[in-house]
Design a protein around this ligand. Structure first.
Ligand code: P61
Length: 462
């Protein structure tokens, strides 16, 4: 029998950034000061920062070198054209509309396509995506498969669109009220769960025959491609680059936050096939983001982004190691008996806060409380992904009550080591052990939209 062989990252570390462990007293003070919201902590008070995988990746030496050749011309910078080429080669879209980050692209897309009263079906909401759809006068309707709402369903493609649900939405509202279907790759709020190629093809066939566009949120399409290679029959021997092309093939365009797969700290884009749609997008772009050849990024940002896009598909080992690290943390937590969303997704591990704190009602924000407690325990910063993130229904004004009440530990790319993951797992397990001592929270300040970013809380008197 062949001995087990470990994998390792296809890079070595050239530069380090010191981090500091704080004392329990410092952390108690910091989290109280932050209103029990990890978004409001100072990064200096955090030991291992798993708040997000967005804009937190480590760039490669090639990307840093690319920064130096950034062309800062206001119009027509050579860096822009290098970015256009990278997006065409790697994603296969001809029309590039650069934006400062993902939500800039969502804003432009929503404004050019959505009319007041329209309905936008999608495979689970994402906070900023839904905000921009509603801001444009539309309404988001969830058409993801039921399994996505079940933390323990082992369905290999929990990001899939349920075609029956989609057909029912089209029957109810009519195709003319549906400007596009929004399909997210590696669905963030479901736990980083992939969509299969078969499903993408079916959705595209269904929509194109009814004159409905399909717009991908391709923010984590690379990570989705990895799961297709691992789980979908017929693609085992395809390269990640080939699978990525196949993903985007079944769409009319995409919004991308380049702060994730693309390995940069800032940037994003809207990519389209239709030149006329792109023309309309550029008209808005110059008002909201910047000129159509930079859209909110500097020349050096675009240069590093073009390099990041090529680098992410240069070797399949990159994404394998990235997701391998996420799986490592997931396995460690499972071994310690911590309930997490399964299968473990692409960009982080999602703890089932409803199960850990099953003595708390959803109205006292169990995931928010658990996130704060994980920080207090060992300086590890995660993020609430439950009732606080879901916000209120704009019509009824009530809390939306998602079935998933989660704490997300998102892993930045190429930043932390396996030992950091061990420390995180031990720290979370220690919190889970004293779960009965953990009480709920009361919201003391609630912003009107995207409340989770800046809301404040205090512990309920026990
Ligand atoms: C994140 F708490 N994600 O996961 P922008 N689409 C998708 C995203 O994941 C995404 C954007 C669009 C973040 C940052 C963040 O509720 C939150 O470049 C699938 O951030 O504008 C961003 O891209 C938006 C954290 C965003 C949140 C919204 O951590």
């Amino acid at each position: 029998m062949r001995a087990h062989r470990s994998w390792a990252e296809p890079w070595k570390i050239k530069m380090v950034e010191p981090i500091r462990m704080t004392t329990p007293e410092e952390r108690n003070a910091a989290i109280a000061e932050a209103g029990y919201n990890t978004f409001l902590l100072r990064a200096d008070d955090v030991y291992i920062d798993l708040l997000t995988d967005s804009g937190t990746s480590a760039m490669s030496d090639r990307q840093w070198a690319a920064l130096m050749i950034g062309d800062e011309a206001y119009a027509g910078a050579s860096s822009f054209y290098r970015l256009v080429d990278a997006v065409r080669d790697v994603y296969g879209y001809q029309e590039l509309v650069p934006t400062h980050q993902g939500r800039g692209a969502e804003h432009i897309l929503s404004q050019i396509l959505i009319e007041p009263g329209d309905v936008v079906p999608g495979n689970m909401y994402f906070t900023t995506t839904r905000f921009h759809q509603e801001h444009a006068g539309g309404r988001f309707v969830d058409v993801i498969v039921d399994e996505a709402h079940d933390p323990y369903s082992l369905h290999p493609f929990k990001g899939n669109v349920d075609l029956d649900k989609l057909a029912a939405v089209v029957d109810t509202y009519g195709a003319e009220r549906i400007p596009y279907v929004s399909v997210e790759t590696n669905v963030n709020m479901a736990g980083g769960q992939p969509v299969s190629l078969a499903n993408l093809r079916d959705v595209y066939d269904f929509c194109s025959s009814r004159g409905i566009l399909v717009m991908l949120d391709a923010t984590r399409a690379l990570e989705n491609a990895h799961f297709i290679k691992e789980r979908e029959r017929g693609y085992e021997s395809w390269t990640i680059a080939e699978i990525l092309h196949e993903i985007t093939r079944w769409s009319d365009g995409a919004t991308v936050s380049s702060k994730k797969d693309n390995l940069v700290n800032i940037g994003g884009f809207l990519a389209l096939r239709d030149p006329e749609l792109a023309r309309r997008a550029r008209e808005l772009l110059v008002a909201f983001e910047g000129l159509h050849t930079y859209g909110g990024m500097s020349g050096r940002d675009m240069e590093a982004l073009a390099a990041g896009i090529r680098e992410m598909v240069a070797t399949d080992d990159h994404v394998r190691a990235r997701i391998g690290q996420v799986a490592y943390l997931g396995d460690a937590l499972l071994k310690m008996g911590v309930p997490i969303v399964q299968p473990v997704g692409g960009h982080g591990v999602f703890i089932d806060a409803a199960a850990v704190l099953d003595h708390l009602d959803q109205d006292v924000f169990p995931a928010q409380a658990l996130t704060a407690e994980i920080y207090r325990e060992g300086g590890v910063r995660g993020m609430e992904r439950g009732i606080v993130s879901a916000g209120r229904d704009p019509v009824s004004g009530d809390h939306r009550r998602p079935r998933l009440e989660l704490v997300r530990l998102a892993i930045p790319r190429r930043v932390y080591t396996q030992s950091h993951m061990d420390v995180v797992a031990e720290s979370v397990a220690a919190v889970a052990e004293r779960r009965h001592e953990i009480g709920g929270l009361r919201m003391t300040y609630e912003p009107e939209s995207l409340r989770f970013f800046q809301a404040r809380f205090e512990p309920l008197a026990s």
